[in-house]
Ligand binder design. Structure first.
Ligand code: PLP
Length: 282
């Protein structure tokens, strides 16, 4: 197994973090998770663009061109002989004596990346998952894919403790997103999902879903929806890089609609698979 540290691919065991790395001390950095199907990265360009955007929004300048990072990730996938899984990649502001304010300009950001095998979650895709509701206690820049994930972690842990797959977060009456996914409802054939603003992460999977909806004349409303609308929905599903299009069949122990994955969700699953095949050829 290998890992990327800055512009080198090295043995995984040799990849080490400085104890004063700001990512380690402050969560001062951003990350990406990219799916690998058939040895090829899915929507890598979109992930790289978001990586740059996240980094820029906290004042980190990535010291390498996106094309060069992409090439290194491809090399890493090949060296690890990864066929089906993910690439995890992060950048921190670098190592410097601990002080909240940014360090002097000569401190170089640290990029790390590694691969992990991960199967397609077939059982969840087929049968759907159980979820809970929880108040969204996160900060107001959820559009940045920040390493600071305490709010997300606490939400996911609460779900896990109740035997659930995901926590659906809400700010008061408004549903925002999952702890590591975007959330959608379907009402009378229309797909409704939170607009991509500062309160949610603009999912790459979400963008693919919105694209296939547009191409297949499935009506979409990108707007805030309420807990009441969630409770009355015909179908509910979530999306993420690792979870693809996963039906939600239970929320706080109550069945969604009929209690099994609905027709629009299934259609979107099929259209999403098609996108994967088109890009990665499986
Ligand atoms: N929202 C949050 C909070 C996430 O952590 C993620 C991904 O992990 C998503 C949404 C979905 O984003 P993507 O589809 O780019 O994986």
């Amino acid at each position: 197994k290998y890992a990327i540290v800055n512009d080198h691919i090295i043995n995984r065991e040799e990849a080490k973090v400085d104890i004063e790395d700001r990512g380690y001390q402050f969560g001062d950095g951003v990350y990406e998770v990219i799916r690998v199907y058939n040895g090829k990265m899915f929507t890598v360009k979109e992930h790289m663009e978001r990586f740059v955007r996240s980094a820029e929004s906290i004042g980190i300048k990535i010291p390498y061109a996106s094309e060069n990072i992409t090439k290194m990730l491809e090399d890493l996938i090949e060296k690890d002989n990864l066929k089906l899984g993910i690439v995890y990649m992060q950048i921190t502001r670098g190592a410097a004596p601990r002080n909240h304010a940014f360090p002097a300009g000569d401190v170089v950001p640290v990029i790390t990346a590694y691969t992990k095998e991960m199967p397609i979650p077939e059982a969840n895709l087929q049968s759907g998952v159980k979820t809970i509701l929880t108040e969204d206690i996160r900060w107001l820049r959820c559009d940045i894919k920040s390493l600071n994930l305490l709010g997300n972690i606490l939400a996911k842990q609460k779900a896990a403790e109740q035997g659930c797959y995901e926590a659906i977060q809400h700010r008061g009456q408004d549903v925002t997103e999952g702890s590591s996914s975007n959330v959608y409802i379907v009402k009378n054939g229309t797909v409704i999902t939170h607009e991509s603003n500062n309160l949610i992460l603009k999912g790459i999977t979400k963008d693919v879903i919105l694209k296939v909806c547009a191409e297949n004349e499935i009506p979409v409303e990108e707007r805030t929806f309420s807990l009441e609308e969630l409770a009355q929905a015909d179908e509910v599903f979530l999306s993420s890089t690792t979870s693809e299009v996963t039906p939600i069949v239970v929320i706080d122990e109550k069945k969604v609609g009929t209690g099994s994955p609905g027709p629009i969700t299934k259609k979107l699953q099929a259209l999403f698979k098609q996108e994967i095949e088109n890009q990665c050829g499986i």
